[in-house]
Design a protein around this ligand. Sequence first.
Ligand code: PHE
Length: 401
Amino acid sequence: MRRLAPMLLAALAIMAAACEKKTQPAPSGEGGTQSPGQSSNTGATPPPAADTILLGQVGALSGGQATFGISQRNGIELAIKEANAAGGVNGKKLAIRVYDNQSKPEEAAQAVTRLITQDKVVLILGDVASSNSLAMADKAQAAGVPMITPSSTNVTVTQKGDYIFRVCFIDPFQGYVMAKFARDDLKLKQVAVLTDNKSAYSIDLANVFKQKFTEMGGKLVAEQSYSQGDTDYRAQLTAIKKAQPDGIYVPGYYSEVGVIARQAREVGLKVPLMGGDGWDSATLFELGGSAVEGNYFSNHYSPDNPDPRTQKFIADYKAEYKSVPDALAALGYDAARVAIEALKRSKDLTGPSVRDAIAQTKDFPGVAGTITLDDKRNAVKSAVILKVADGKTQYVTTINP
Ligand code: PHE
């Protein structure tokens, strides 16, 4: 119940954004936001003009991960706008077609198929949640169309094949980061873990954390799970309480974590909660209120980073969208810029050429860290630990690979 009001608001905001896009088709053949389920003859957007390079994007613009997809879209849009203002790619303008996957892997896969077979995009950007990206990667790899996920951290995503890239770190590192912080800084001795068993991200991240935390001399005293979309976590939290942990790792997404935090406090659990990048949403602070204050999560970027490159991006983003960019927006921006630079260097716009150009990305000045892609098509970057304070994030520390 509690989560209905903010979710409704978010849904309304998305609908408004989608309408705006549909009623204002850009003359250059720029795509609007559509659901992949729309039939081609009613929902089709005109093909791009000959002097336009069409990119595709799939993200959650509705459902439990909606703030992820909206931030990702904003970041990508800003990068494309800047690139076009600076002359585009070798004399051609860039356009992007965006599809909403409704926070569902099946929709994400369908959207990719549509981008490839109907829209004939040269590359695909997205998604945030690893389970969606995994479904997309199968299709993109099979068709030989390059895909860059800005922010999916599950290790298996880029293992889908040589057309699949990411500009963020991976969960074997992210899990280590929080285990280290829990042991060295929070001095925790015995923890509990609460996993979302519908999310590849949550399951694997929980496993890495457990392994690292115990290797570092800590103890795991309770393990519980839930399914994405659940609203009552009291049974799991009560079982966790009985085990008397001194911290709880909750590597889920904001829609569930906000409610979990409140219910944890309700059942009398006062110990710190810890999470991963999936906590990164302003909606977490609305849903969780005072219950999320003082807790910690690992992330890709902090808006407090004084680096002039990062601060310039934050200022430009604020001017455009009237909000402080979260990590999804920063990584969306970085992924789009990596793609655009690769298109400039690519010898032509065929899949293999674009793939090879992306693979050569080295020392790229991203706003969420410098990007060099390794031979597994992953970026190796440091992570930050953030604390929730006064309804926002507060930078705590940086942990290097
Ligand atoms: N890393 C998460 C996943 O793979 C997605 C995410 C990234 C969420 C960054 C928030 C911020 O599912």
